[in-house]
Design a protein around this ligand. Structure first.
Ligand code: ZN
Length: 99
């Protein structure tokens, strides 16, 4: 789980989903300091988006039903949100440039 760079509080999974999954920043539930997802974490997280393209390519190449693609995309979304994102994200007190 992400740890606050300011106070050392270990964020809960629910906090990560609510605050970090959309904007990649949020206030620490313990100390209230604005925390940002590190650039390295954001880059690593975006690499998982390549799996979306693999699913779409597999659907096109093997002429799989659209329902299969939609099911796989939903499954991928939930796996990423529950298992991957909370483990991949690291926090910093200062916003880092992505490039
Ligand atoms: Zn904190």
């Amino acid at each position: 789980m992400p740890i606050c760079d300011h106070c050392g509080y270990r964020w809960r999974r629910r906090d990560v989903w609510r605050k970090l999954s959309v904007q990649a920043r949020g206030t620490c539930p313990s100390c209230g300091t604005m925390q940002y997802v590190t650039a390295t974490s954001r880059k690593r997280g975006s690499m998982y988006m390549l799996l979306v393209f693999l699913i779409l390519i597999a659907q096109a190449l093997f002429d799989l039903p659209l329902a299969w693609s939609i099911t796989m995309l939903f499954a991928l979304f939930f796996i990423l949100m529950i298992f991957v994102i909370p483990r991949v994200y690291k926090l910093t007190s200062e916003q880092e440039a992505l490039y």
